[in-house]
Design a protein around this ligand. Structure first.
Ligand code: PLP
Length: 360
């Protein structure tokens, strides 16, 4: 068996130890005589897995007691609608900060449920920088302020937490949750699809402050109603049980590595290897403002786009896969989430240097 270094933006690489453990437990979880996939979500075995997953997430992220953790379906794109359905009713409007493709999708979807005010936009910089808060035109009457904490496609990331005063801050953290410690109490709501840093696709984590639970528009489907899901411990409908189990294994793995502080150190070291290399090269270029560079997704361009195909082909041969940039940005993108080992980034940089020597 040969495993590649997989730079996919998502679904993304998972820790090998987690996959091995899942394989070991596939047919018989902990002497139960069945796979986790086959368990009733209300049976004592799965309830144990579920409780442990939630408590690990609470512990690792230091989630305060006045926040509910929901395990939902629908992905982050589902949450683009579910968040406004649940939260925009308080005043009828919401502020959105547009920092790229994912923010644009969020605010476009939200406009179906209320008034959306784009309080700031990075469009003038072609979304290569996060607009500083001094330029934001926040509406004190907004139901919430929405940000995307890491733009997976553009590779820009907040390295600071906005201060929205009494207006709840809502963040799509799909591509940087668990990458470093954050202060959950500064947010009203955090959501994230699992398939970047937390597990397989299929489960969406929502961390929501208690006082925001009960403001849903009457049209909100029951399965997507935060209050109803909270009252039913995320089991109003059948939750994505297997994805939750794998997320639980990932959380155990992160804890064993030292928690989110250790993840941050690991992620900073990895990102530095790649950015330092890009910065000294005249052949490759990363377009993002230094202060806003993502530790998770690193887009880069070759000097001559005609070489892109040869670059990707050679990378594939070297066991470095899924490096093609998103179609709307072009070029390359290396996604270096928590589970990407330092050796993967070092192998990528070695290949890039080699390619530059041959074609530069
Ligand atoms: C991947 C991603 C999404 C899309 O999530 P789905 O699971 O496809 O709904 C949304 N937002 C961000 C920031 C992402 O990285």
């Amino acid at each position: 068996m040969t495993r590649v270094f997989n730079f996919s933006p998502g679904p993304a690489t998972l820790p090998e130890a987690v996959l091995r453990r899942a394989a070991d437990e596939m047919l018989d979880w902990n002497g139960s005589g069945m796979s986790v996939m086959e368990m009733s979500h209300r049976g004592k075995e799965f309830m144990g897995i579920f409780a442990q997953t939630e408590s690990l997430l609470r512990e690792l992220m230091a989630i305060p007691a006045n926040y509910k953790v929901l395990f939902m379906q629908g992905g982050a794109i589902g949450e683009n609608a579910i968040v406004p359905m649940n939260l925009i009713g308080r005043t009828g409007s919401a502020d959105y900060i547009n920092t790229g493709d994912w923010s644009t999708r969020s605010l476009t979807e939200a406009a179906r449920y209320g008034k959306v005010n784009v309080a700031a936009s990075g469009a003038a910089s072609k979304f290569t920088a996060i607009p500083p808060q001094s330029e934001w035109k926040l509406d004190p009457n907004a139901s919430y302020v929405h940000i995307c904490s890491n733009e997976t496609i553009g590779g820009v990331e907040y390295h600071w937490t906005p201060d929205t005063g009494a207006v709840p801050l809502v963040a799509d953290m799909s591509s940087n949750i668990l990458a470093r410690p954050i202060d959950v109490s500064k947010y009203g709501l955090i959501y994230a699809g699992a398939q970047k840093n937390m597990g397989p696709s299929g489960v969406t984590v929502v961390i929501v402050r208690d006082d925001l639970l009960d403001q849903a528009l009457p049209i909100t489907p029951s399965a997507f109603h935060y209050q109803l899901q909270a009252k039913n411990d995320s089991m109003y409908n059948t939750p994505p049980t297997y994805a939750i189990y794998i997320a639980g294994l990932v959380l155990q793995h992160v804890k064993a590595l030292g928690g989110l502080g250790a993840m941050e150190a690991h992620n900073r070291a990895k990102a530095a290897v790649l950015y330092d290399f890009l910065d000294q090269s005249g052949f490759y270029r990363n377009p993002v403002a230094r202060a806003d560079r993502s530790l998770m997704n690193v887009p880069f361009f070759l000097k001559d786009a005609a070489l892109d195909e040869a670059f990707l082909k050679g990378a594939q041969v070297a066991g470095l896969v899924q490096l093609k940039g998103h179609r709307i940005v072009g070029g390359m993108r290396a996604s270096i989430y928590n589970a990407m080992p330092l050796e993967g980034v070092q192998a990528l940089v070695a290949y890039m240097a080699d390619f530059e020597r041959q074609h530069g």
